[in-house]
Design a protein around this ligand. Structure first.
Ligand SMILES: O=C(O)c1ccccc1NCC(=O)[C@H](O)[C@H](O)COP(=O)(O)O
Length: 244
């Protein structure tokens, strides 16, 4: 049976700011989220209530392809993975990109890129302090050693630091730090995405204040811990309506 995916034609290509919906946990949710037309979808392979198994993701993606879906970019999310953990997932599931949340072994970036020809996303965790505390200064960037890793990175994702889990906090960080990253990345041409506590209610305000390449959401498009398709659609619609 061929299923029509109307949102696939709604113009992902023309969207000025890219939208990633992260933390998909079932075939049905993935199917319904894909119908909303995001640019990227994310699967969490780290310990989390959203953790999924590589073989199930493989099955979901194959099923949707067989149904005729034009799949968005697929991103696997990891927290401090070993080579073996990356290998197990990437051998089993056809992912387009790997996202490193929290600290990671820098040598993994070059290795995974050359072995699997995948995109590499690196998350920069930002403290969830108040605007007054951080005053637009970035407390994390110097420690990240991120500049040395830039040749192997395709996307930098600013996300709220989650001490226990590494992501999916549902909390915003101080957006005043964004310009310092834009400044850093302008010279190397890397796209900057923002995550952390976004949702249909605040994404337009972020985009009005800061010109970023993409936004990423998980908790803010859930109701009672499950992806809520109305919220997903509304989030993507608000991103689509923003014109850089
Ligand atoms: O979402 C998770 O459960 C998760 C767990 C461990 C590491 C990363 C995780 N999510 C990564 C993402 O890309 C989220 O979309 C991002 O952190 C934003 O999450 P939220 O603040 O809940 O929108």
């Amino acid at each position: 049976m061929t299923i029509t995916y109307p949102a696939d034609r709604a113009g992902r290509a023309s969207r000025a700011v890219k939208a990633k919906i992260c933390g998909l946990t079932t075939l049905d949710i993935t199917r319904r989220v894909v119908k909303c037309g995001p640019d990227h979808i994310g699967f969490v392979f780290a310990p989390s209530r959203r953790q999924v198994l590589p073989l199930e993701v493989n099955h979901w993606l194959k099923t949707l392809k067989a149904e005729g879906a034009a799949l968005p970019g697929t991103v696997g999310v990891f927290v401090q993975p070993t080579r073996q953990a990356l290998q197990e997932v990437l051998d089993a599931a056809p992912l387009d990109a790997v996202q490193f949340n929290a600290e990671h072994d820098p040598s993994l970036l070059e290795w995974v890129k050359s072995k699997y020809n995948v995109g590499v996303w690196v998350t920069v965790p930002i403290g969830s302090g108040s605007h007054a505390e951080q005053d637009g200064k970035d407390p994390v960037m110097p420690e990240m050693g991120i500049i040395r890793q830039i040749p192997f990175i395709d996307v930098i994702l600013l996300d709220t630091h989650h001490p226990a889990q590494g992501g999916g906090s549902g909390k915003t960080f101080d957006w005043n730090v964004i310009p310092s990253y834009q400044e850093l990345l302008r010279n190397c041409g890397l796209p900057l995405y923002v995550a952390g506590g976004l949702g249909p209610e605040n994404v337009a305000s972020l985009l009005a204040r800061h010109q970023v390449h993409g936004v990423d959401v998980s908790s803010g498009v859930e109701t009672n811990g499950t992806k809520d398709i109305d919220k997903v659609a509304s989030f993507i619609e608000r991103v689509s309506h923003h014109d850089n």
